[in-house]
Design a protein around this ligand. Structure first.
Ligand code: ADP
Length: 230
């Protein structure tokens, strides 16, 4: 589904220095996988993820998403690519003036879905994250864990092929963290490919799934049923 073929990325800062953020990465992720990427800050995790939705381009090498070279896609196909990838971040990124329902509905409107589809799908998505009783709450009326569950419902509402969860539990306590992990696992079991980055050893060890360890822009380890080793 995803294939990085000898991908390197250099960042140049105002003519001063050059940072090699990705150093000859070759990597494949199959449809239906649940893979975690771990590594110290600066290891290149974010850069790797940005390549997938064409937010950054490789300096050399090629990134394929479903056989298509992401960085030679015509400009008008980029929004379609991005709609196939749901994203969840540490800081939730919910719209503060909108309810849980409206935050999710907004993502469906942007994808051109009808009012009837929205009315049918939003409650189902909130049920999947076990939050149907908070449907009319605004973000400030939700706990951190609940906000992240709304963000996950929003990320999957348009049935993406891939869900990228970038440090989704970074702001949560252990109980909420475990809830989020269980929800991600459930979404994966329903068929969505998941790419997770985390610094949380407990999350990685409880998942028992593939772990890709990055270090200084390289893949230092790639273990099928990995544990957190840094
Ligand atoms: P991680 O997500 O693992 O913390 P990043 O991919 O954010 O790592 O960063 C990898 C390296 O690239 C770091 O050394 C970082 O400072 C550098 N870097 C990231 N983004 C930029 C940028 N826009 N300009 C210059 N350097 C960058």
């Amino acid at each position: 589904m995803i294939h990085f073929d000898h991908v390197s990325k250099e960042y140049r800062d105002n003519g001063n220095g050059v940072t090699l953020a990705l150093d000859d990465i070759s990597l494949g992720i199959e449809r239906g996988e649940f893979a975690s990427i771990v590594g110290h800050s600066g290891a290149g995790k974010t850069t790797l993820l940005k390549m997938l939705f064409a937010e950054e381009a490789p300096s050399t090498g090629t990134v394929y998403f479903e056989e298509r070279d992401v960085h030679t896609l015509p400009e008008k196909e980029i929004p379609t690519l991005r709609r196939r990838i749901g994203t969840v971040f540490q800081d939730f990124k919910l719209l503060p003036g909108k309810t849980a329902y409206e935050n999710i509905a907004f993502a469906m409107e942007a994808a051109g879905r009808t009012d009837a589809e929205i009315a049918a799908d939003v409650p189902q998505a909130l049920e999947l994250v076990d939050l149907e009783d908070k449907i009319w709450n605004f973000p400030h009326q939700l706990s951190g864990g609940e906000r992240q569950r709304v963000a996950i419902a929003r990320a999957i509402i348009n049935q993406p092929d891939l869900l990228i969860a970038d440090e989704p539990t970074g702001n949560l306590d252990p109980i909420n963290t475990q809830d989020i992990v269980n929800i991600l696992r459930k979404i994966n079991e329903l068929g969505t490919t998941i790419l997770l980055t985390t610094h949380n050893k407990g999350v990685i060890d409880s998942l028992g799934k593939r772990v890709i360890t990055m270090d200084e822009g390289k893949i230092a380890r790639d273990d099928t049923k990995g544990r957190y080793v840094l």
